[in-house]
Design a protein around this ligand. Structure first.
Ligand SMILES: Cc1ncc(COP(=O)(O)O)c(C=O)c1O
Length: 367
């Protein structure tokens, strides 16, 4: 078997539960979505997770619930997937790009501070590859300037920051359960809410603004509701929840395997000329979705690995270069260097020890 860069992990239990759900014919949002939310909270310590159909929906919903609107500014890194920036545009707000830390790929709180203006309403840190951002510093800025923090944790399910799970630190945290993420529901996401007020709003606005819990059926048959704010069709369905529940069973073991491989990479790739590992502090634990390196001669590195059947990839290039955001922000000094040198090597739970050893051996030969 060749070495794959990503994997889509659908456990036999997920197949069983999905099949049972299909046979039941109840495939819309129902009791499995509730159960999935309860298990995300119970097993992983996520705070008030609201299950949705994607992380993009979660990011957008958080911005809407935060009251971010036309003309407001939201500070984000460029080192992310385009979804982070598009969610801001969906609210007719302006993404303002802050620089990243060269040694983590995460947003730099000092750069965030410099980008805050009277129009800033929110900060959206992205945990690059699953490694937690400096959340204390970011939340301190948010408190000082009365901003909302919406963590884009698409890569970070299972990550820990100062003994707290990501998903239980800031006002909002958005997760992705898309096909190649640690935990997949085919497509899906969750928005964690620290406050009960935000939770209630997110629950209603994920389904057209209708509060299912508190809207009774009328004698005519339809629910009685009077929608006050724009709502969306962002809820998760029971078929996705069934897959998620099935995949949750092995989630922790799979995460451990990823973390073990990453640890091995760190041990074996730490002293190679022309290659730098990203930082890994003791006060946080990465969810290890990606293993990104900074490599001097990146093209030859990629070629060498490909010659040996090892895929290496730049997972996301800086997003500010897209016309929709107005083009490259010239002041992002670290971002420019990171963009030129970043490269990720395979990291997932289905890699065998033999494959991991081969990757390490080939890189150690030089390129
Ligand atoms: C950083 C980041 N944010 C958001 C998303 C969007 O996630 P989804 O596909 O679940 O909408 C992704 C997708 O990979 C991502 O990498």
């Amino acid at each position: 078997m060749g070495i794959s860069f990503f994997n889509t992990d659908i456990s036999p239990e997920a197949v069983k539960r999905a099949s049972r759900t299909l046979k039941s014919t109840w495939v819309s949002e129902g009791k499995l979505v509730k159960q999935f939310e309860a298990e995300l909270a119970g097993r992983l310590g996520l705070k008030n997770p609201v299950a949705l159909n994607s992380c993009t929906s979660a990011l957008h919903l958080a911005l809407a619930v935060s009251g971010v609107g036309p003309g407001d500014e939201v500070i984000i890194p460029a080192q992310t997937f385009i979804a982070t920036g598009l969610a801001v545009l969906m609210q007719s707000a302006k993404p303002v790009f802050a620089d990243i830390q060269i040694d983590t790929g995460n947003i730099d709180p000092e750069s965030v501070r410099k980008k805050i203006t009277g129009k800033t309403k929110a900060i959206m840190p992205v945990h690059w590859g699953g490694y937690p951002c400096d959340l204390d510093e970011i939340n301190a800025l948010a408190k000082q300037f009365k901003l909302s923090v919406i963590e884009d944790a698409a890569h970070a399910l299972g990550a820990v920051y100062k003994n707290k799970p990501i998903g239980a630190v800031s006002r909002f945290t958005a997760f992705s359960f898309q096909a190649i993420k640690h935990l997949t529901t085919a497509d899906g996401g969750a928005l964690c809410c620290m406050s009960a007020v935000d939770l209630k709003k997110a629950m209603a606005r994920r389904w057209f603004g209708i509060d299912r819990k508190n809207s009774k059926l009328s004698i005519l048959g339809e629910r009685q509701y009077n929608v006050q704010e724009v709502g969306y069709k962002y809820h998760m369905n029971d078929l996705s929840a069934a897959i998620g529940l099935g995949n949750l069973v092995d989630f922790k073991a799979n995460l451990k395997r990823r973390q073990k491989i990453a640890e091995f990479y760190r041990k074996k790739l730490g002293n190679i000329p022309g290659l730098k590992l990203l930082n890994c502090a003791n006060d946080r634990k990465s969810a290890c979705w990606l293993f990104t390196l900074l490599v001097e001669d990146r093209l030859n590195f990629i070629k060498k690995l490909r010659e040996h059947g090892i895929p290496a990839s730049v997972v996301h290039q800086r997003i500010d270069k897209n016309d929709v955001f107005g083009g490259i922000s010239p002041d992002l000094v670290n971002q420019a260097v990171f963009n030129e040198h970043q490269i990720s090597i395979p990291l997932h739970n289905k890699l065998t020890d033999g494959q991991v050893n081969k990757i390490v051996k080939v890189i150690n030969q030089g390129w």
